[in-house]
Design a protein around this ligand. Structure first.
Ligand SMILES: Nc1ncnc2c1ncn2[C@@H]1O[C@H](COP(=O)(O)OP(=O)(O)OP(=O)(O)O)[C@@H](O)[C@H]1O
Ligand SMILES: CC(C)(CO)[C@@H](O)C(=O)[O-]
Length: 285
């Protein structure tokens, strides 16, 4: 009988970032963000030819989007030297700053390792996901972020970088998206990256409120802030709700149980919590 393996990874909302080269020469980044309970579930089974189906579901489980193909996933499977049928499922919009490419990679590589009984360590699974993410220019720091939970301060880049994880924030995270921003175009643009480096905050936040202040300041100073996001952030400010722009997506994320109501004036609101853990294998069927 064909083995079917499933794994889940949380997503990651980056609040501020700065590209940095890792000790081993790989591309990476430092920054601050929030690992979120919304993410990607990946189902993997053997196939003689690799195929990937990306499904985004609505609140009632209905299919909102179906996309065939995923270069980062296909790259990772080829590096694992396996061919598989992959289906990934998520609720949040793709390309909108929720770190879903990283989540999809960690979930898929973890499930493929189980499905094909490769016997890889977590470090090796993460290395495949990280290589695919950076090779595909779909992110820099999201894979290291999603190896654990919390709101985080990534002090040094890469999978062996120093990450401080805080879990002292139990209220809701609400987010609204006005559309995607192509991550690759931003992280390959020298002018934007130069401004991001100049806007990068020093130190690590002592509280979730300080994290949002640092992220909002970065969004304004880096020039990445969009008009849509600025309008929504101002509305949150007027109600003293911590908020900032999702990096990299044309959207806003905000903290606290009253945030959802304020964001609801600007579009569909996605609610989630800060994840207490990183990616994990689910019960195989
Ligand atoms: N849920 C998913 N399942 C499989 N592949 C995905 C998924 N989300 C993204 N990808 C792949 O990663 C590529 C880059 O995605 P992108 O980085 O734009 O999304 P994201 O990670 O949600 O956004 P961000 O990097 O701004 O947080 C997509 O073109 C797609 O090929
Ligand atoms: C570059 C980035 C903002 C894209 O989501 C993220 O990968 C990060 O924080 O490095």
């Amino acid at each position: 009988m064909t083995k079917i393996s499933r794994a889940f990874s949380p997503g990651h909302i980056s609040g501020y970032f700065c590209p940095k080269t890792c000790k081993n020469g790989d591309k990476g980044s430092i920054g601050g963000g929030i690992v979120i309970t919304e993410g990607v579930t990946s189902t993997v089974s053997y196939s003689d030819k690799t195929s990937v189906e990306i499904i985004r579901r609505g609140r009632s489980g209905e299919i909102l989007t179906k996309i065939i193909g995923s270069p980062p996933i296909e790259y990772a499977l080829s590096r694992m030297n396996v061919t598989a049928r992959v289906q990934t499922e998520c609720r949040l919009p793709l390309g909108s700053g929720f770190g879903l490419s990283a989540a999809a990679l960690l979930a898929t590589v973890s499930a493929a390792d189980d499905c094909f009984e490769c016997g890889y360590s977590r470090e090796k699974i993460e290395a495949f996901a990280y290589e695919a993410e950076v090779y595909s220019s779909s992110g820099l720091g999201d894979v290291p972020a999603c190896t654990g939970g919390g709101y985080i301060c990534r002090k040094t880049p890469g999978l062996d970088g120093e990450i401080i994880r805080n879990y002292d924030a139990g209220e809701e995270i609400a987010a609204v998206s006005s559309g995607p921003i192509p991550t690759g175009e931003i992280i390959k643009n020298p002018q934007i990256l130069k401004r991001a480096k100049g806007a990068f905050p020093s130190g690590c936040p002592e509280s979730i409120e300080e994290f949002f202040r640092m992220s909002k300041q970065f969004a304004f100073k880096s020039g990445i802030l969009t008009k849509d996001a600025e309008e929504i952030i101002r509305a949150c400010e007027s109600e003293s709700v911590p908020a900032s722009m999702t990096m990299l997506g044309n959207g806003v994320f905000a903290y606290g149980n009253s945030a959802k109501e304020i964001l609801s004036s600007f579009g569909e609101v996605y609610t989630m919590k800060i994840s207490e853990s990183g990616y994990s294998l689910l019960q195989s069927k």
